[in-house]
Design a binder for this molecule. Structure first.
Ligand code: DSN
Length: 417
């Protein structure tokens, strides 16, 4: 991006862009759902495809001028299949959903009728809003039955199976926002089959890990898989739906015209570049390094007596139960941000009798992800340092300004891509 061009026309916006860039450069981003796409992805995002309306599916559009749009979109769909090892005759891809929530809603409204029953992990235990939280459209359109993690913070497949047999949902969702462990998609598929439910996997958080083989794939067992592109997959903000051919018509007509107008073709263009990057050998190394970094961070945090939900991590994130630290999520988030360590407060899967209700604005935990710092080239050594800073800030808030300087120094050695 050439900031000079923007500055000439609009110094006010250019100033904000520069400030945000500096903020990102000088802070440690541990938000588990963010990442830094490459320069190539960012350039593709600002391409001239931005200027084109393309309602419809490739080669079935409503406007003229689609020669290259159609080629682009089919190429990106093919790349998605290739990345996840899928056969074209079995799997249909739609890269048009504007983001994760619409993608999920489009699947649910495409496959189900209002009033049907969905089974998903409760939001406070690491599920996602779009999986049927009462305040959302899916929560209003469907009956939602939630499963919960066990007392140590693990998925309990026997309990999930029991609940599914009892409730007979029409669709079961697996895939989460704050679950630090591997998901047994095979078992979920078997449970769904047993009770006659569709099985939807939402791999938004772990798509990059699935693509690199460090997390098991859901595809052999799922009817439909959704993902955002901008988390571990390291692309632009956007989403895709990959479903078995038999559901293509129902689901894709809910994307357009059901729920969206023109697809964002410049985003689709950047998704294409990100998918190409994700097929390169360096990305495999990246996936492995994310897991190594998270394990290093987890082990070091435990040395400082942080209680980790489930005792550790197999993926890109750790979830900390702050109760033994006598401080809640909001002040921790604010304190760490002052030191240049950016993460988010999060609910923790306390069983309902344990703590009746965690105020959503000040829950009892914090969620840390390593994928963005891994993109910057940080390794286990840096993770250990960061764990020590987190501990120091929380146990001695007066250390904030000293740590902030050290954070800046470390950030300088690992520039943004
Ligand atoms: N807000 C994202 C997350 O943090 O998981 C998902 O939408």
């Amino acid at each position: 991006m050439d900031i000079k061009i923007i500055r000439k026309i609009d110094p006010q916006i250019a100033g904000l862009i520069e400030k945000e860039e500096r903020r990102q450069q000088e802070t440690l981003n541990l938000i588990a759902s963010e990442n830094y796409p490459s320069k190539a992805v960012r350039e593709a995002l600002s391409s001239i495809f931005m200027a084109k309306y393309a309602e419809g599916r490739p080669y079935k559009r409503y406007y003229a001028g689609q020669e290259f749009i159609d080629k682009l979109e089919t190429l990106v769909e093919e790349r998605a299949r290739k990345l996840f090892g899928l056969k074209e005759k079995e799997w249909a891809v739609n890269v048009q959903p504007h983001s994760g929530c619409p993608a999920n809603y489009e699947v649910l409204r495409g496959l189900l009728n209002p009033g049907d029953k969905i089974m998903s992990l409760h939001l406070s235990h690491g599920g996602h809003l779009s999986h049927g939280a009462p305040v959302t459209l899916p929560g209003k359109d469907f009956k939602i039955v939630n499963y919960f993690l066990d007392k140590d913070g693990w998925l309990s497949y026997d309990e999930i199976e029991k609940l599914a047999e009892q409730e007979k949902p029409n669709l079961i969702i697996a895939g989460y926002s704050a679950y630090p462990r591997k998901i047994d998609f095979k078992r979920f598929g078997e449970i769904a089959k047993k009770v006659g439910a569709y099985f939807m996997a939402d791999i938004a958080h772990i798509a990059g890990l699935v693509a690199t083989g460090v997390h098991p794939t859901p595809f052999p067992f799922a009817d439909v898989v959704t993902t955002t592109i901008h988390k571990t997959l390291r692309g632009p903000r956007g989403a895709m739906i990959i479903c078995r051919r038999e559901f293509e018509k129902k689901i894709f007509s809910t994307v357009f015209p059901g729920n969206q107008g023109g697809p964002h073709e410049h985003t689709i263009c950047a998704i294409g570049v990100a998918l190409k990057e994700a097929m390169e050998p360096g990305f495999k190394k990246y996936g492995k390094q994310i897991v190594k970094n998270t394990k290093a961070l987890a082990e070091e945090l435990k040395r400082y007596d942080f209680n980790l939900i489930s005792g550790g991590s197999d993926n890109h994130l750790v979830l900390i139960d702050l109760r033994n630290k006598n401080i809640s999520g909001k002040p921790v988030q604010e304190l760490l941000e002052k030191a240049g360590i950016v993460m988010n407060r999060n609910t923790i899967p306390t069983i309902p009798v344990d703590v009746p209700r965690q105020p959503p604005f000040d829950p009892l935990g914090m969620r840390l992800g390593t994928q963005a710092l891994t993109t910057r080239g940080m390794k286990e050594k840096e993770m250990k340092k960061i764990a020590s800073w987190i501990n120091e800030v929380i146990s001695n808030p007066k250390s904030v300004s000293k740590i902030k300087k050290e954070v800046k120094k470390l950030c300088r050695k690992f520039p943004l891509p």
